[in-house]
Every structure is written in C-alpha cells, then in structure tokens.
Design a protein around this ligand. Structure first.
Ligand code: GUN
Ligand code: ZN
Length: 451
C-alpha cells in the first residue's frame, strides 16, 4: 500500500514517510515499510516480490490501528445520555437497566456486531471491553468479534453485590460467576489464532466482595488471561470503597489484597491516586486505561497525567463508552489534551505538555504495551501484524465516498505533528476510511462499506 505513513516506533521516535509503502504479506504481517522510492529495489526477506500488490491511497495517511483499552460493549446505545449525573447515580439510572437487556441473547446477538463495526468505523482495531453479566451474551459477543475481524479482549462482568444480576441466588452467585467466567475463558482466550482474548472482569470494588475479587484474580493468574476492573474514578465511589473495605489502606490496596495487581491487569480511570497508590501500581507494573472523555462527562476529575507518566506508570487510552460519549479514540485524545491544558492553566502545573504525536502514541503503541502486545501490534514496523487504519487528514470530508476520485484535500505540511494535530483537533465524519487487522479489511469504515 502506498500512502503517507505515520507511526510511533518501539525506540520512542515517530517515523513519517510522505510518500511511503507498507508491504503486507499473505499472513497479514508487515514485511517492509519505508519510502516509496526505496521500495522498488527493496529485497523482501525471502527474496521474493511483496505478496500484496501496491495500491496507492495517497493522500490518505496510514497509522497503526487505534487501541481502546476500556469500553463497555452493551452500553453503546446509551452513549451521550445522563450528563450531569455522578458515577453512581448514572450507573443506577442509565447503565444497569441497559446491561440487563443482555439477558436476552437475541438482543446481544443483534447489538454486538454493530458495536464492532462502530469501533472499526472510528479506527479502533483493538479493544479491551466489558460485556454484561450474562454468559450467553458473552458467547454472542465473542462470536461477533470472531466474524468481524477486530482484535478483542472481552470479559463477562462479575458482580456479587450492588448488582443487577437478579436471577441468581445470593448464596450461589460467586460460584456461578466463577464457573461461567472460567468456561468463557477456556473457550475464547487465545481464539482466532490469538486475535481474541479473555479478561476476567470483576466490575469494581463496590460490586464485588473481597472473595470474588480474590477468586477472579486467581482465575486470571491460573489461565494467563487479563484481569480488568475500575479504580479510583470518582470521589463518591472512593469514599464508599473506604467504607466497605475498612481493612484496606486505600482503593488500590483492595485489589492488591486480592492478588489483582501486575502486568496482566488493566485498571480503568485511576484519576485520584494517592502517592502510595501510584507507587504501588508502578512497582507491580500494573497498567492503567486513562479515560479523559468519560472523566469529564461524569465530572469524575482530571488525571495528573504528566506526573503519572513521569512516575513510570504504564498508561494507554480508553473511550469508556458509554461513560465516555464517543467511541472515537481521536475524540478521547482531544478531550484528554484539553483536560491537560485546563490543569496547566488552572493549577499552574509545570510538567511538559503532551503534543499531538504523544497522544497518537498513547492511543496506539502505549495501548499495545499496556496489553503486553507491543511485540505484535501498535506500530508500523516490519515483523509486526498489519493492524492499520487509513485516515483523511484533509479539512473537510467529501460528501460521499463516490466522490473520492477528486476530494478537496488542501495540502497540509509535511510535518507529522501537523497531521496528528489535524486528526485529533479537527476531525470530520468518516475521517477513518479503512481499517485492517492482520491485513484483513474490517467492516465499518467508509471505504470498506463498498462505496
Ligand atoms: N464503575 C463501575 N462500573 C462502571 C461503568 O460501567 N462505567 C464507568 N465509567 N465506571 C464504572
Ligand atoms: Zn468503565
């Protein structure tokens, strides 16, 4: 594929080819990437010609596929609803009743494919997501991801208190939740040749007893699955965790005592960490999904991002749909940047601000790192799997894709930071024109719709 190519690299830089080629082999791996002028003479590793013919999609920009480290599959229908409520009121009013609809397998089967198409349409090629409590709905979600082609790590939500899981006997809820999670994990973790994965998913400390947290962390440890939950999102939530877990030093300690911290764990939010909590997450190499759009939508707070990054915390980005109203990771980057600017201006913080290329890195390679997948995805480098998107960095969208032959792409500078800035701060509908996982086109973005 011939395009502008922009990517963070594993060594901490950003590469940009104004006229570049990325060659993908038949197994969906990136075989070669570099300037188009060098490609003709490039020798592929086995000495043969590139397996895929070069199609020219300039002036579109090819980026690594975006990584959404935190989303809730059943919540997309309520995106944008409930502004003005705080977290706990919003969950009760807008979210728990919505997730209950997933008790109906047919509802789940209908919604899941649409959610994956919606994610791909905004450039997300990897998602770590929560489902609902119902095991049958999770099988539907995994089947939909398997068919769609997106890279997905999913988990059945576990709750044995403050729950909507009404059908279950309180005395057997833990046992059933564990059994179903284990079955789902056994069936789906590593499926589709490693494209699908399982995340053991206790919802958060308020919805789980210490026994459930411990058993779930043990399951993740035994199976090599991920472990995901929420932490330190909202002041009211944090106070309530202190009341329910008086033996714990703080919120992070609740999960620490359960054996839940470590490099296979992704904690969403982590907005209000104390210094002790921050140090503990860094020391245990626990990963964090920063969800700035959600944190402003629900008025949860603004993470001191630069300080946490400076401390060495492993951070990627999450949409937290529907806590965040928009599944687009470009939108998450934009709100994150504005929120950090607000911190700087209001609080006079002196840490260096993040530029557009830093945000692109966080939404791609840093997310892949947080999942332990950076050896496979997150950047456009030879040997990695071809999880890519093609985006239009022009100022306006063509009205219809049929007009693609002569779109009005005004030239923007050859500076990759300008391109990243345009994509993040001046998005337009259908900006993402195609998405691929392992070189295979995903249904969702405009070009893939066939027009
Ligand atoms: N904490 C527990 N459940 C949720 C949820 O669904 N969304 C958000 N944003 N926070 C949570
Ligand atoms: Zn969430």
């Amino acid at each position: 594929m011939r395009a502008r190519i922009l990517s963070p690299t594993d060594d901490g830089r950003t590469t940009f080819h104004r006229d570049g080629v990325v060659a993908v082999d038949a197994t969906g791996r990136i075989r070669w990437v570099g300037p188009a002028a060098d490609h003709e003479g490039a020798i592929s590793p086995d000495g043969g010609a590139p397996a895929v013919p070069v199609i020219d999609i300039r002036p579109l920009v090819v980026l690594p596929g975006l990584v959404d480290l935190h989303a809730h599959l059943p919540q997309l229908p309520n995106a944008g609803l409930g502004a003005g409520l705080d977290l706990l009121a919003w969950l009760r009013r807008y979210i728990f009743p919505l997730e209950q609809r997933f008790a109906d397998e047919a509802d789940a089967a209908a919604l899941a494919p649409a959610v994956f198409r919606a994610l791909a349409s905004v450039g997300t090629t990897t998602v770590l997501a929560y489902g609902a409590v119902y095991a049958a709905s999770m099988h539907e979600a995994f089947r939909a991801a398997e068919r769609h082609g997106i890279r997905a790590i999913l988990g059945k939500v576990m709750m044995d208190r403050i729950t909507y899981d009404e059908e279950i006997e309180p005395s057997t809820i833990l046992e059933r939740s564990m059994r179903e999670s284990e079955e789902l994990c056994g069936r789906w973790h590593g499926a589709a040749d490693g494209r699908l994965g399982y995340a053991v998913t206790p919802r958060f400390a308020l919805s789980c007893t210490a026994e459930m947290l411990r058993a779930s962390a043990d399951l993740a440890e035994r199976t090599g699955a991920w472990w995901q939950t929420h932490v330190s999102e909202d002041p009211g939530e944090i106070a309530e965790v202190g009341r329910l877990f008086p033996e714990a030093r703080d919120y992070v300690d609740v999960y620490d005592r359960a054996g839940g911290l470590g490099p296979r764990t992704v904690l969403a939010h982590a907005v209000h960490l104390t210094d002790r909590e921050l140090t503990r997450l860094v020391d245990t190499d626990t990963r964090v999904a920063h969800c700035p759009a959600s944190n402003l939508f629900l008025a949860s707070g603004i993470m001191p991002l630069a300080r946490f990054l400076g401390a060495g915390l492993g951070i990627g980005l999450g949409s937290d749909v529907a806590g965040g109203p928009d599944p687009s990771m470009f939108s998450v980057m934009r709100v994150g940047a504005y929120a950090q600017n607000a911190r700087r201006t209001l609080l006079g913080e002196s840490e260096p601000s993040l530029g557009p290329l830093d945000w692109i890195r966080m939404g791609t390679l840093a997310g892949a790192r947080a999942l332990g997948l950076a050896d496979r995805i997150g950047s456009i480098e030879a040997g990695k799997e071809a999880d890519l998107i093609a985006v239009d960095a022009g100022l306006t969208a063509p009205v219809r894709h049929a007009d693609l032959g002569a779109p009005q792409h005004e030239p923007i500078d050859d500076d990759p930071a300008d391109i990243a800035s345009r994509l993040i701060f001046r998005p337009h509908p259908e900006m993402v024109r195609a998405a691929w996982v392992r070189g295979r086109t995903l249904e969702g973005p405009g070009l893939a719709a066939g027009d």
